[in-house]
Write a protein that binds this ligand. Sequence first.
Ligand code: SF4
Length: 736
Amino acid sequence: MKADKVVRSTCPFCGVGCQLLLSVRDERIFRVEAPFDAAPNFGRLCVKGRFGADFVVHPSRLTAPLIRRERQQPGKRTAATGPDDWREATWDEALDVVAERLLDLCARYGPDSITANACAKATNEDNYLLQKFLRQIIGTNNIDHCARLCHAGSVSGLQLAIGSSAMSNSIAEMEHLECFIVIGSNTAETHPVIATFLKQAVHQNGATLIVVDPRQTEMTRHADLWLRHQPGTDTALFNAMAHVIVKEDLYNRAFVAARTEGFSQYVESLEDKTPEWAEAITGVPADDIRRAARSYATAGAAAMYWGMGISQSTHGTDNTLTLTNLALMCGHLGRPGTGLNPLRGQNNVQGCSDAGGLPNVYTAYQPVDDDDVRHKFEETWLAPLPGKPGLTVTEMVDGILTGQVRGWYVMGENPLMSEPNLRHAQHAVEQLEFFVAQDIFFNETNVYADVILPAASFAEKDGTFTNSDRRVQRCRAAVPSPGIARPDWEIISDLARRCVGRLGKSPSAHFTQNADHLIEQWSYAHASDVWEEMRALTPDFYGITYERLEREGGVHWPCPTPEHPGTPYLFAEEFPSGRGKFWPVDYGSDSEQPDEDYPFILSTGRVLYHWHGGTMTRVSALDAIWPECTVEMHPNDAARLGLETGDWVELSSRRGAITARLLVTGRSPEGTIFIPFHFAEAAANVLTDNRVDERAKIPDYKVCGVRIARSTAPAGRAGADTLLTDRGTIKDPVVA
Ligand code: SF4
């Protein structure tokens, strides 16, 4: 079919940030391909990027602002039971309600009574404006997003050790790796295009691959060495590798002397962490630990890549610190093909954090509690800004329950799928006084909202995304939005102007004096105007302009000047913290362990065909390929319980129960159950535990105790589920 136009954009699913060519005819996308001459994917796409874009034309898209007919009361808030619980509204009416109710809460309970979730699938510009709205107009730093739930353990560990949490090396370096370790990452399903480059490194270029994972994944098939440790025992394993490197004198003395601190104390902490000690804890043979340590330490260049298997843990920070210790002692940082690389999940989770969607920092990690930084933002934003860091997403839930938080603004996230211990989170949502959601579909969370604001999808708006390797790339409008849905940045700007209009008549002196300037400031004509404001406030982005992105396709930050080429790999000269710091880490676990009542360990993750809460992929053609939740169980466990593939089973923990179908497979080790977290009707987070890593505030999604019993097929869906999508209705799927 001949296209009316072909629009270059960026994939809306994972953090690889693949470049897409969207072929459009009659204002519909009918084909998705990849440009062969463009980083980071060079013509490659996975099944999601290629066939998953039809969610944009799904009939259940939100097309007009919605207001709940019945005013919801705190403590009695309920999920809507059908479309009639809402009425359609104009933008003027809906945004006036939102402005009035947010400002009313602010006046009655103070700015910190309001919190917001930024969105790791929205653009940098969308997120910049949401955090600006919260900080400048509302006056709180209560903004966070789902990065807290996936890589907060990586962020806190890397910040402690080297002062930077971004992936240190580029995707382009992957195929030339000499040695690399993949830890807790099912890369072939979660970051499929990155996995192709990693496999190329092994099979075409002879790289050594070590996989560390309790679960057998596609990557283990390509590994020279697979260390299959017991879930939750990562720190013991990596400490033992470090022990071997010290005892065999394989560490990089020059690097340790020139660029690190705390080495002697760290070495002392390793004395009793022998491979035999680790074997008893992890189940990995001591000799395999020695082999892995020698391969990594003696390689000319070696890199580490990890996923949520490391970070989503009560000891996520410690896990990351043990990896960082290894890289520092071997000097595998600051050169091509080395590095510490947390593979970021959502397509713009890096950018959402970079744009200030975090409670303690403005753009590019400039701290809110640094007076000079704050004054810089105050001068541009013409308002006094709060210097105290705000609440994290896990603290927001508890803040609602204690009465500190009264109002919630959720942009494009679905906390009642992604929070751990969902019943606990649902109870919190029921206590809210006001709840506004901005999204492209109904989801499990926004059916509780007072007002829903319909947003444009990635295919209907302009802006930038930043992928996992810090490459800023364009997203371009290819088709019109359905109904009167609008880009997030436009919705927030309109809301901000309405709030300024109201505050301009209030006793707040700075709003009264600056109302005209502020309204003008919030009158952005295009996403590029937002980017211009953001880069002017952000030294690391200053050299990146829309014109440059048009010309070059993408630029890696830091990029301080227009002449700067961008930075594909970090730390060539120094770490942001100056010297890299070694952190002694003791093995221990705060995770819920299996016991007599709940004898299996539950681990959660993704499958190739779906993306996170399934909001987009479950209404795409991909849902037909993997339409339901599967419970992976080892054949020995299944035989003991008399269960077979296809049986319905009830899986329960101390927090709740779900029903799903069994898949008997040796992928997960004996005693461990694995389920994907994409399926609302069997939501994994009904089961998971909400205890957190104290430093990172990330919950433990990888280890908790569950039991399993034969069940029957669940009854049909009801209540709020009737508002969610008809999973069977796929109109005009995208076909190549
Ligand atoms: Fe999209 Fe990630 Fe697949 Fe690339 S690898 S096409 S970015 S989902």
